[in-house]
Design a binder for this molecule. Structure first.
Ligand SMILES: *Cc1c(COP(=O)(O)O)cnc(C)c1O
Length: 383
C-alpha cells in the first residue's frame, strides 16, 4: 500500500440509485450518466462499466479530454456527449469518432459543418438554446439565422438533440425562473418544428429537475449527482419524501473514504496541539494522527470542526488540518492503536459520516467536496 487513504465505491448502491431514477424517468427515456469531473470524484473507469452493467449506454462529459477518457473504457455501443468545451481540432476528432457534442454559438456550428464536409462524415449535434441560465446557448433572436444554416446543411449533421440547462432546479427560490425556462424551451422547440427541423431527442433535465419537475423529463435526462446517491439539495429530498413516503431512502451513497491511525500519543493539560494556538488541551488528552490533510481533499476549514469515525465512535478533529495530516481527540475511546481504521466518509459499526455533513461543516456543496477528492487516491469497487 503506497497511499495514506483509499476510497470504496459500492456497486449495489449504484444499482439501487439507477433503479430509482429509472422509475422516475420512465422506461422510454434515455438516462445519460453525467461523468464530468472524474465522475464526480468516483473515477470514470469505475462508473462507466457499472453504468453499462445497469443498462445505461449514454454518457455526458464537459470536455473532449474527458470524452477521450470515456472512449477508452466504454463498450462500442455506448455513446458519449460533450456538453462544454472542444476546440477546432477536437471537433474533427469528435466527428471521426461519432462523439456527440453541444453546439451553442455560430463559430462552433460553422466549424462543425465545415469539418463534417471535409471529412465526409456527419457531425452528431445537440443544439443548445439559451433559456435563462446565461452560460451557453443560442439566443432566441438568432433563430432565423440558425434555422437557415441548419436547413442549408442538413446532409452534414444529425440533429441528435435540442437542449438547455436549468438555473438551479434544486431550490424552490428559483421556481419562477425555472418555469420561464421551461416555457421558453417549448417556444424554441415549436420554432424548430415549424421549420421541420426535429431533434431526435429533447433534453433539459439534470438530477434536480428529474426529481422535482416531471415535465422536464423528455426523451433523455442528464443525471449526475443523483446516480452517485446524493440529493441535489435537502429540498429535493423533502419533495420526494412528501410525494412517495413509502420510498424510504431511495438514494444510497456509493463512496466511502477510509484511512488508518498513524500515531497515538498523550498530551498534557495546558499544551497547544498542532500549529499555532487554535487548540489548547484543557486536560490530559489522547490524540491520534491521521495521515490525511488538505492536500488529500480534507478541507483546512474542517480544523477544530470535522469528525471522523474510529472504533465505531465519532471523534472530533482538533487543531488545524495540515497539508498531510489531521489530529483527532481519542481520549474517550479506550484502546485506540496505530493501524485502526479511520472512516472519513462512510459507515463504521452503527455510525455514519455523510458527505453532506462533511460539506456543510466546510461550507461546500456535495459536488465540490466530491470533485476535490484527489484523483490519485485509489478507488476500489466493492459489492
Ligand atoms: C453537470 C450537468 C448536469 C448534471 O447535473 P446534476 O445536478 O449533477 O444532475 C446536467 N446537465 C449539464 C449541462 C451539466 O453541466
Amino acid at each position: 500500500m503506497f497511499h495514506t487513504s483509499h476510497i470504496e465505491i459500492s456497486k449495489s448502491a449504484y444499482k439501487k440509485n439507477i433503479k430509482y431514477l429509472r422509475k422516475l424517468a420512465g422506461e422510454q427515456t434515455v438516462i445519460s450518466s453525467v461523468i464530468k469531473g472524474n465522475a464526480y470524484g468516483h473515477g470514470v473507469g469505475n462508473i462507466v462499466p457499472m453504468a453499462e452493467a445497469n443498462g445505461l449506454s449514454h454518457f455526458s462529459v464537459f470536455s473532449a479530454s474527458e470524452a477521450l477518457q470515456v472512449c477508452k473504457v466504454k463498450s462500442d455501443k455506448s455513446n458519449v456527449m460533450i456538453m462544454g468545451l472542444l476546440d477546432d481540432e477536437e471537433i474533427e476528432w469528435a466527428i471521426m469518432n461519432d462523439v456527440e457534442f453541444y453546439v451553442f454559438d455560430t463559430e462552433r456550428l460553422d466549424k462543425a459543418i465545415e469539418t463534417a464536409k471535409k471529412l465526409k462524415k456527419q457531425a452528431r449535434l445537440h443544439i443548445e438554446v439559451e433559456t435563462g441560465f446565461h452560460r451557453t446557448g443560442f439566443d432566441y433572436d438568432y433563430m432565423p439565422n440558425l434555422i437557415e444554416k441548419l436547413k442549408k446543411n442538413q446532409q452534414h449533421y444529425v440533429f441528435e438533440g435540442l437542449c438547455t440547462h436549468y438555473a438551479g432546479a434544486e431550490s424552490i427560490a428559483n421556481y419562477v425562473r425555472i418555469r420561464e425556462q421551461i416555457a421558453l424551451y417549448r417556444k424554441f422547440y415549436r420554432y424548430f418544428q415549424r421549420h421541420e427541423l426535429l431533434p431526435l431527442r429533447k433534453h433539459t433535465a439534470c438530477s434536480a429537475a428529474v426529481l422535482t419537475y416531471p415535465t422536464t423529463i423528455m426523451d433523455l435526462v442528464r443525471v449526475g449527482i443523483a446516480q452517485y446517491g446524493f440529493w441535489p439539495s435537502p429540498e429535493t429530498q423533502m419533495f420526494r419524501f412528501r410525494k412517495d413516503p413509502q420510498d424510504e431512502n431511495p438514494l444510497r451513497r456509493l463512496i466511502s473514504w477510509k484511512s488508518r491511525v498513524m500515531v497515538v500519543k498523550d498530551v498534557e493539560a495546558g499544551e497547544f496541539i498542532g500549529y499555532g494556538s487554535s487548540f489548547l488541551a484543557n486536560k490530559k488528552t489522547r490524540i491520534a494522527i491521521v495521515p490525511v490533510g488538505y492536500s488529500n481533499g480534507f478541507s483546512r476549514s474542517l480544523s477544530n470542526m470535522g469528525r471522523v469515525l474510529i472504533r465505531g465512535k465519532r471523534v472530533p478533529v482538533i487543531g488545524t488540518v495540515t497539508m498531510n495530516t489531521m489530529t483527532v481527540n481519542v481520549s474517550d475511546i479506550p484502546g485506540v492503536e496505530r493501524g485502526d481504521e479511520v472512516v472519513i466518509i462512510g459507515k463504521q459499526k452503527r455510525m455514519n459520516i455523510s458527505v453532506a455533513s462533511f460539506s456543510e461543516m466546510s461550507n461546500e456543496l456535495n459536488y465540490q467536496t466530491l470533485t476535490r477528492i484527489p484523483a490519485d487516491i485509489p478507488r476500489v469497487v466493492v459489492k
